[in-house]
Design a protein around this ligand. Structure first.
Ligand SMILES: [Zn+2]
Length: 272
């Protein structure tokens, strides 16, 4: 893997303990084999959230509450992303595989999403002790002006994702476009190793109406969340942090049955 620039050239956006949010100063130059083609993006949630989504027929956009330079508490009051509300998605790489995010997966066709949300920006890279992730914002808001600013004066910058090297789009000439995301990339100032690899996240800026459309366009699969019974940081994204046992450590089959039971309690009681 080739890296970009010399050490200490990356732009630090935000830091907290072991986590650093940053932007590369130069576009990444990486080898073609560091990219993987993706077709779908998905959002995996726990059983209770899935039941709520199915009942309300939408996924509600929320402000960023994870570690991020774009957490509203880290932004100056005039920053254009101060009131950003988003839906989190990640590339669907393997159907039915274990997930530490939960039981139920809502999957979207990426090509549909890219027709609906026309602009994409590299929001930030986040490097932890053993991994790096990067976040791409899909939006119909024009944030190009933010790209011109500096991270010191106006808060974090956004950069067009298509020119940073974090995401490649290739027009096939046959009416569709291929999309490739990175599977490997440099860390902040090239320090340390991504032993746990690289994660890509798509943050979709969405209205409540968008949220209903996303629900209508998504299809369901079920993920194996039995690893939540194990201890350790990769067991369950939601409950391990709270030092509680996950109440939904289901196999994909059990998750499917449970979702049906929750949505149709009378039917399930009478016939099971
Ligand atoms: Zn869990």
């Amino acid at each position: 893997m080739e890296t970009h620039g010399s050490p200490s050239t990356d732009i630090e956006l935000h830091k907290n303990n072991d986590l650093t949010s940053w932007q590369p100063r130069q576009p990444l130059i990486v080898q073609q084999w560091d990219y993987k083609e993706i077709y779908y993006i998905s959002r995996v949630v726990h059983m209770d959230d899935a039941v709520k989504v199915m009942r309300e027929k939408k996924m509600s956009p929320r402000p960023i509450t994870h570690f991020s330079a774009y957490h509203r508490n880290n932004l100056p009051s005039e920053h254009p992303c101060k009131d950003l509300k988003i839906l989190w998605f990640a590339p669907t790489l393997e159907f039915g595989a274990p997930s530490y995010y939960g039981n139920v997966e809502f999957i979207l066709d990426l090509s549909w999403a890219l027709q609906k949300w026309r602009k994409s920006y590299l929001m930030e890279m986040v490097t932890g002790k053993t991994y790096t992730l990067y976040r791409i914002l899909l939006t119909n808001t024009n944030y190009d002006e933010l790209f011109q600013g500096s991270s010191n004066s106006n808060g974090p910058i956004l950069r067009p994702a298509n020119v940073t090297g974090h995401w490649q789009r290739q027009d096939t000439g046959y009416g569709y476009t291929r999309n490739y995301v990175l599977t490997n990339c440099p860390r902040f100032n090239n320090q340390g190793y991504n032993m746990q690899g690289l994660t890509v996240e798509f943050l979709i800026e969405a209205t409540e109406d968008d949220a209903k459309e996303v629900f209508n366009k998504s299809f369901l699969t079920f993920r194996d969340h039995r690893p939540a019974l194990c201890e350790g940081p990769t067991a369950c994204h939601r409950f391990v942090r709270r030092k509680k046992n996950c109440p939904y450590p289901y196999s994909p089959f059990d998750a499917q049955a449970e979702l049906f039971r929750q949505l149709h309690p009378s039917f399930a009681t009478n016939t099971w």
